[in-house]
Ligand binder design. Structure first.
Ligand code: PLP
Length: 466
C-alpha cells in the first residue's frame, strides 16, 4: 500500500484527457494509502471504463483486473441488472431512514435473504456503508451485548497483528497494521493483539503447519487468561488475512480458536469483508475453515462494489439481547439505505441465478488454483502459493526452499506490482506477497491470460533481483 510508483516508467504519450484529469487530480485530490508526492510526480492512471474483468484507461489501454477492484466486484463490471435496480429504487424511494419507527421493502427483504444465506445462528443484520463501519458496529454490538448480560466489564477485544479491519479509528485499532498504528497517536482502548498464523514467515524451522496453527491459536487462550476471562468480550479475525497478504492459517487454527472462545465465553467475530459472498467457493469463508462465528462483518461483495454497503450479521443470542433491552444507541444516516439494499438484492439474485459461488467452488476456482501452481511451483522466487477458490497469495522469497525472505521484500513486491501495472495487469503487493482476487465471473481463458501476465511479471522481477 505504501510503495511509490517512482520506479515505473510513465506510459507513453498521455492523451489530452489524461493530462487534464491528472492535473485536476494532482491539484485537488488526496488518494487513500498513497504517497501523494510520488504519485503526482508520476501521474495517476485515469480509469474511465470497465466491463467484465477488464478496465480501460484514458489512453485506451485495456487492463485485466486481478483484484476485482478492491476485492469487491464479485459479479464483474458493467452489469446492467444492478444499474437498473439502482435506477428503479431511486425513482421509487431514493432515500428514507430506518431510525424512527419506519422501514422500507428492500432493507426488509435483504435482511431475510441474508438470514437465509448465512443460516443459523444468524438471524439479524445491522447496516452501514463500509467494512470499517461494520467493524465499528461490531464493537458497539459487542459492548452492548455484554452490558445487557450484566457483564459490562467484559470489554477487551483481541485481534491479530497484521490483520486488517478498516481505516476508521476503531477499524485501524482492531487491525494489526504497524504502519497504520504509527500514524495514530490515540487508539481505541481495550483492544489487544496476538500474533498472526503466518507459517511461512514465522514458524520455527522444523515445526509442522499443524503444530504452528495450534501454537498460534493458543496465544488467544494465554491472552484471555492474562486479561481474565471475565474481562474479555470478543476475538475478531479474518478467516484468511486479505490485505495482510492472503495468509491462509493452518487447518488446526480456527477449530482451536473456536474451542477457546466457547470455553471462556468470548464472542467469536469473523471479518468476512473480503471472504464473504463467494470468494473461497463458499458463501462465507468461515465455512471453508470449519468454524461458526457469532458475528460477521460484511461489505464489498454484498453489492459487488456497485454502491457502498456494509453490514453486521448477528447471531440469535446476541440479537435477542439487543432486541429485548431497549434502545441501542447506534446508527448512521445511511444505515439500510434503500438504493444500497436494492442493489445488494439484485447482486445476490444474480449470483444465485448464475450459480456464481458454485462455479467458483467446482470449476473456475480449482482451475485458477491449478494454473497458479502449474506456473509457480518451483519458481526461483516463489516460496508459497496460498489460496482456494478465486483468491491467492504468492510469497516472494530469496530462497524458497529454506523459507529465506528478501531483506527488501516489500521493495521487491513493489517492483513486481509495478511491472504488472505497466503490463496491464492489476495485481496487489502486500509486504513480500503478491495477491490475486479477480472478479468471480472470470472465465477460464481470462484466468489463462491473468496467470500468464502474472508469470511474465514475476519472471521479470526475478531477473531484476537475481
Ligand atoms: N475488513 C477487511 C477484512 C477488509 O479487507 C477491509 C477492506 O479491505 C475492511 C474491513 C474495511 O472495509 P472498507 O474499506 O470498506 O472500510
Amino acid at each position: 500500500m505504501s510503495h511509490t510508483l517512482d520506479d515505473q516508467k510513465p506510459l507513453p504519450t498521455p492523451s489530452p484527457d489524461t493530462v487534464h484529469y491528472r492535473a485536476l487530480d494532482g491539484a485537488h485530490h488526496i488518494h487513500p494509502f498513497s504517497d501523494m508526492g510520488a504519485l503526482n510526480r508520476m501521474g495517476s492512471r485515469v480509469i474511465t471504463k470497465a466491463q467484465g474483468v477488464y478496465l480501460w484507461d484514458s489512453d485506451g489501454h485495456r487492463l485485466i483486473d486481478g483484484m476485482a477492484g478492491l476485492w469487491c466486484v464479485n459479479v464483474g463490471y458493467g452489469r446492467k441488472e444492478l444499474a437498473e435496480a439502482a435506477y428503479r429504487q431511486m425513482c421509487e424511494l431514493s432515500y428514507y431512514n430506518t431510525f424512527f419507527k419506519t422501514t422500507h421493502p428492500s432493507v426488509a427483504e435483504l435482511s431475510a435473504l441474508l438470514a437465509q444465506l448465512a443460516g443459523p445462528p444468524f438471524t439479524h443484520f445491522f447496516y452501514c456503508t463500509s467494512g470499517s463501519e461494520a467493524n465499528d458496529t461490531v464493537l458497539r454490538i459487542v459492548y452492548r451485548y455484554w452490558a445487557t448480560q450484566g457483564q459490562p466489564q467484559k470489554k477487551y477485544v483481541i485481534s491479530r497483528k497484521n490483520g486488517y479491519h478498516g481505516s476508521t479509528i476503531a477499524g485501524a485499532t482492531l487491525g494489526g497494521m504497524a504502519y497504520m498504528h504509527e500514524q495514530m497517536p490515540s487508539k481505541v482502548e481495550h483492544i489487544v493483539h496476538i500474533d498472526q498464523p503466518y507459517f511461512f514467515a514465522e514458524a520455527e524451522p522444523g515445526m509442522t503447519p499443524d503444530a504452528f496453527g495450534l501454537e498460534r491459536a493458543r496465544q488467544l487462550e494465554a491472552k484471555i487468561l492474562e486479561l481474565g476471562p471475565e474481562n474479555v468480550a470478543a476475538f475478531i479475525g479474518e478467516p484468511f488475512q486479505g490485505a495482510g497478504g492472503v495468509i491462509f492459517p493452518p487447518s488446526t487454527y480456527w477449530p482451536e480458536i473456536e474451542r477457546i472462545c466457547r470455553r471462556y465465553d468470548v464472542l467469536l467475530v469473523a471479518d468476512e469483508v473480503i471472504g464473504g459472498f463467494g470468494r473461497t467457493g463458499k458463501w462465507f469463508a468461515h465455512r471453508h475453515f470449519g468454524f461458526k462465528p457469532d458475528l460477521m462483518a460484511l461489505a464489498k461483495g454484498i453489492t459487488s462494489g456497485y454502491v457502498p454497503l456494509g453490514a453486521v450479521a448477528i447471531c440469535e443470542r446476541v440479537a435477542q439481547a439487543i432486541v429485548e433491552h431497549g434502545e441501542f444507541n447506534h446508527g448512521m444516516t445511511y444505515s439500510g439505505h434503500p438504493v444500497a439494499t436494492a442493489v445488494a438484492l439484485a447482486n445476490l439474485a444474480l449470483m444465485r441465478e448464475e450459480a456464481i459461488v458454485e462455479r467458483v467452488k467446482d470449476d473456475t476456482g480449482p482451475y485458477f488454483q491449478f494454473r497458479l501452481r502449474e506456473a509457480f511451483e518451483g519458481h526461483p522466487i516463489v516460496g508459497e502459493i496460498a489460496g482456494v477458490g478465486l483468491v491467492a497469495g504468492l510469497q516472494l522469497a530469496r530462497e524458497p526452499r529454506s523459507r529465506t525472505r528478501f531483506e527488501n521484500g516489500a521493495e521487491v513486491a513493489g517492483i513486481c506490482r509495478d511491472l504488472c501495472f505497466s503490463g496491464n495487469l492489476i495485481m496487489r503487493a502486500s509486504g513480500d506477497r503478491m495477491l490475486l482476487a479477480p472478479p468471480l465471473v472470470i472465465s477460464k481463458p481470462e484466468i489463462d491470460e491473468l496467470v500468464a501476465k502474472a508469470k511474465q511479471a514475476i519472471d521479470a522481477t526475478a531477473r531484476r533481483v537475481g
